[in-house]
Design a binder for this molecule. Structure first.
Ligand code: CIR
Length: 276
């Protein structure tokens, strides 16, 4: 799908108080802001119109907007994040998206779902069962997708070390080609898909983001960059060191969609054009 729009929220002053297991030390908030700014410019360079929300000081993890909603070409669904501390982020995102997606349902308790566990591979959705997304949440999403004629497959990552979310280790590049960590590569749900494995010492590079004709990849993973270039993909390397300190990566910093008949254009925004 060609993305025309993205929603982002720069990190606030409270960013360092967010959830983390990385053990990489506290993030430098000023540096995080400038890395975020470069991320926005990269999205714009890919032809995406970026809607920028104000930082949310009450929710230190609110810059990871992707976890709060699932946006498909056939509608949007609000999540119920697995970390209780993050549930309050959803209201503001719902308000922002309501101007474009007039009808929005939400994951209901006891279900939990983080957007980072949902990988849209051109209309087929891989849903991760993780410490954040439970079976009830995954089933609610699968049913919501099925009502919209989308297929889905659930992948349990709870025993896979180092993966907070499914997309910490899996990305759809394009044309049924997936970039994955080793632990996911042999999963039955991925059978029939073309798999490109990231080298074991570059596992974090699997958290990349294909945007229109380009792939945004985290800086510092030269073998993965080389492999993607060899496939003829144009890559943009971005330093996300300060987001990695908070367990985040490239995909979680935005919600992306395409303007089409299921949603409404955003007044005043310019679009990157294109079709699904
Ligand atoms: C959290 O633990 O929820 C945040 N510190 C990081 C969330 C990253 N989100 C993502 O990869 N989708």
């Amino acid at each position: 799908m060609r993305f025309t729009h993205a929603l982002v929220r720069p990190p606030g002053d409270s960013f360092a108080a967010g959830l983390t297991t990385a053990g990489l030390g506290p993030p430098d908030v000023a540096l995080a802001r400038s890395q975020h700014q470069r991320y926005l410019h990269a999205l714009e360079a890919c032809g995406v119109a970026v809607l920028r929300l104000a930082p949310d000081e009450k929710h230190p993890d609110a810059t990871f907007v992707e976890d709060t909603a699932i946006i498909t070409a056939r509608g949007a669904l609000l999540t119920r994040p697995g970390a209780a501390a993050r549930r309050g982020e959803v209201t503001a995102i719902g308000r922002a998206l309501a101007t474009m997606f007039p009808v929005m349902e939400a994951i209901r308790a006891p279900g939990t779902l983080d957007g980072g566990d949902v990988c849209d591979a051109d209309g087929h959705f891989f849903i991760g069962l993780s410490d954040r997304t439970n079976e009830d949440g995954a089933r609610q999403l699968a049913a919501w997708l099925a009502q919209r004629d989308y297929g889905s497959a659930i992948i349990d990552i709870r025993t896979m070390p180092g993966l907070l979310h499914l997309k910490s280790g899996l990305a759809h590049l394009r044309h049924r080609r997936l970039l994955t960590v080793n632990a996911l590569a042999g999963h039955p749900a991925l059978q029939g898909w073309e798999i490109l494995r990231v080298p074991p010492d570059e596992g974090e590079a699997a958290n990349c983001l294909a945007v229109n004709q380009r792939v945004l990849i985290p800086a510092g993973f030269p073998k993965t960059g080389h492999a993607l270039r060899r496939l003829g993909l144009e890559i943009i390397e971005l330093d996300v060191s300060e987001f990695r300190k908070m367990d985040g990566g490239l995909s979680c910093l935005s919600l992306r969609w395409q303007i089409n008949r299921w949603n409404r254009p955003l007044a005043g925004a310019t679009t990157g054009g294109g079709r699904e």
